[in-house]
Design a protein around this ligand. Structure first.
Ligand code: GLY
Length: 372
């Protein structure tokens, strides 16, 4: 099949790569590849840590995708020679004070109800696991199966594997009489294809004919810093009711995140957001006081009404969508790629991905529906 992918964030790149491996002729279009949410992402592969009440299907999707990551990471590193810094060191959940511990306890209760291991730890046990933690934390838990990867390296590796299949120009679907025939690039060229995959993150709605708004921008900031004394594993914490995480990388780098605000306009970091993150991260890990700040990144997460992604056929024949991955783009990239390949090939869509078809939103592509 000739496949055009619009959008080269981690989702578009992963879908394109999967389709190339499966023998399809793939072209990816993006003027600024991997510069959207992928550039801000901390790379937590943390389905358990992100689990929340009422999101059981999303948890199943995340677990299925996390299970694919070890092989994906090995394959990417082997093919591209770029180390994607996959770390299977687990995640600590930490409550700063007693009220924060109650927040952690809710996650533990939820995971236990799902049969997912969350080993509860008191203060001394947590400090034994992670000596850089503030000695006055209240307690927490360890999630042995929530890991992390470097999203910037993963994207670099995917781009290297795609080579000249990635064209640095923006494109939109070319829809004629309600059928998608390919894409039109910003320089006016038409590229015919058998199927188009729109993977444009928080701009997904712009790719679908019609007035629908399903994906909305949710602003998030991350800070990269370098320290001589990084934590050994990802730490997700509640500090006086505010969520903060610190993810270690190669070379003493840490990623601190992440604010979350419903926002439009340009995604610019704010003094308040950055101060809040730095203050809470330093409360958690006092050795960060002398860390060097490397960069501050602000991007939009693509949020949806039920926090789940949209993966599958749109109501326009020939046009598939893979977007709205909200807080889990990096985690969910492998399962999204498998599902998109199955939709392209009319194969078996992984069971965990089936509930996330775009048509679960009644308004999605409404005017196209009325044209059919
Ligand atoms: N998954 C982490 C975040 O969205 O901040």
């Amino acid at each position: 099949m000739r496949v055009a992918v619009i959008g080269a964030g981690v989702i578009g790149l992963a879908c394109a790569h999967e389709l190339v491996l499966s023998g399809h002729a793939v072209t990816v279009f993006d003027a600024h590849p991997a510069q959207g949410a992928t550039h801000a992402a901390a790379g937590m592969l943390s389905p358990a840590g992100e689990a929340w009440y009422g999101e059981d299907e999303l948890l199943r999707l995340g677990l299925a995708s996390a299970a694919l990551w070890p092989d994906i990471a090995t394959g990417l590193t082997a093919r591209s020679g770029i180390d994607v810094d996959y770390r299977n060191t687990g995640t600590l959940l930490v409550g700063k004070d007693r009220d924060d511990l109650a927040v952690v306890q809710r996650t533990i209760d939820l995971l236990t109800a799902h049969g997912i291991e969350a080993e509860q730890l008191g203060r001394e046990e947590l400090l034994a696991h992670e000596p850089t933690l503030n000695s006055r934390i209240a307690g927490g838990a360890i999630l042995h199966h929530d890991h992390n990867v470097n999203p910037r390296k993963a994207a670099e590796s995917l781009m290297a594997a795609l080579g000249e299949r990635l064209i640095r120009v923006n494109a939109r679907p070319d829809v004629v009489n309600g059928v998608c025939r390919g894409v039109i690039t910003d320089d006016g060229k038409v590229h015919r294809s058998d199927v188009v995959i729109a993977a444009t993150g928080h701009r997904l709605d712009d790719m679908i004919p019609g007035p629908q708004r399903v994906v909305r921008p949710v602003r998030g900031e991350t800070i990269r810093a370098r320290t001589d004394d990084p934590p050994r594993r990802t730490i997700r914490a509640s500090v006086q009711g505010r969520p903060v995480y610190v993810v270690p990388r190669a070379g003493g780098e840490v990623v601190i995140g992440a604010t979350s605000e419903e926002h439009a306009g340009d995604p610019m970091p704010t003094v308040g957001g950055v101060l809040r993150l730095l203050d809470d991260a330093r409360t958690l890990l006092p050795t960060l006081d002398t860390a060097e700040i490397l960069d501050i990144t602000c991007r939009f997460r693509p949020g949806t009404p039920d926090n789940g992604p949209v993966i599958g056929p749109s109501l326009t024949p020939g046009l598939l969508v893979a977007g709205g991955h909200y807080r889990g783009g990096v985690l969910l990239a492998p399962i999204t790629a498998l599902a998109i390949r199955a939709y392209v090939e009319h194969g078996d869509v992984p069971e965990a991905a089936r509930p996330f078809q775009p048509n679960r939103f009644g308004t999605f592509n409404a005017d196209i529906r009325s044209n059919l």
